[in-house]
Design a protein around this ligand. Structure first.
Ligand code: Q46
Ligand code: ZN
Length: 302
């Protein structure tokens, strides 16, 4: 097996591209893919101030590293969600990386800073831990970016994540989510910051190669609440399809973006956006869920 680019011995086979690469050429291919996604979807350029959301996992660590190396103006943000030792270990990983590479990192701790506890909230509001956690993360992504003057928020969602989310949303015909599934969510309100996913065409396996080849430390364990999540089953099903027919995940996502997504746009446009009466952030209700969460936790403490 020879590298398609330099003809030396190949180390990595990418079946869906029908291509094999040596280590150096794989890194060249990887950075190329990221830059191509950024340009193709006009995500940002070198004048933008980019907030990269990092969790300590391989995908977000790869994104942080590749954007910094490619010369983009990035600052990373880590949110400590109070998920026991998992949160503490992941915080250590991102802090070590920032220090080693001399990169800027913002750390937000929801317990220390806002008195929030996702377990208390999930129990009191009878919601799943992941749904509470997701609301908190989305709020802070936007708030920290808006307050800090960032023009864009970048997350490490990969091709496997995007294909699994799309499958889940299609199976239950979640029109609102389908309307919003895209590598770029443009600013639709002066207080909303643009959101982008530069790794949406790269697989989990490709991100893993990237961090291993660059010797980037990452947290191998998943969040304890990820186990048993529906998305894992969808990923397994998609992996099986990909094995039989390489390129399935990519065709699924790109086909949806080209041909499917436009049919759901009127659902997205109907959403009325307001400003939260307490914090001023954008919401669809009188008071945003984050402010309501703070009240719930304060009451529980009394
Ligand atoms: S939503 Fe759920 Fe994740 Fe939050 S509680 Fe863990 S698994 S971190 S992407
Ligand atoms: Zn609010």
């Amino acid at each position: 097996m020879k590298c398609v680019r330099c003809k030396k011995k190949a180390k990595i086979l990418l079946k869906r591209h029908n291509a094999a690469f040596c280590n150096d050429c794989f890194l060249y291919y990887y950075a190329n893919q990221v830059n191509r996604n950024i340009r193709r979807h006009k995500m940002f350029d070198r004048n933008d101030k980019i907030l990269v959301v990092v969790s300590g996992g391989k995908d977000s660590m790869a994104l942080w590293d590749v954007l910094a190396k490619e010369g983009y103006n990035v600052v990373a943000m880590y949110i400590n969600l109070g998920i026991g030792e998992y949160s503490n270990r992941s915080q250590e990983v991102v802090e070590r990386f920032a220090q080693q590479k001399g990169l800027e990192l913002i750390v937000k701790d929801i317990k220390k800073e806002y008195g929030l506890d996702i377990y208390v909230l999930a129990k009191t509001l009878k919601r799943s831990t992941c749904s509470v956690c997701g609301s908190i993360k989305r709020y802070l992504f936007n708030k920290v970016a808006y307050d800090g003057g960032f023009s864009v928020v970048a997350t490490g969602h990969n091709l496997d994540d995007e294909a699994a989310t799309l499958l889940g949303n299609l199976l239950s015909w979640e029109e609102g989510y389908l309307a919003r599934q895209s590598p770029v969510l443009e600013k639709t309100h002066p207080k909303l910051v643009k959101k982008v996913k530069p790794l949406y065409t790269l697989t989990e396996r490709e991100n893993l190669y990237y961090v291993l080849l660059n010797r980037i430390e990452f947290l191998h364990e998943e969040c304890p609440h990820a186990t048993g999540a529906r998305s894992i089953l969808y990923k397994e099903v998609l992996n099986r399809l990909e094995e039989e027919s390489p390129g399935t995940k990519h065709r699924f996502i790109s086909g949806f973006l080209e041909k499917g997504r436009k049919h759901f746009q009127d659902v997205a446009e109907k959403l009325e956006l307001k400003e939260c009466k307490t914090c001023g952030q954008v919401t669809t209700t009188e008071e945003c869920s984050f402010c309501r969460f703070i009240k719930v936790c304060n009451q529980q403490e009394r």
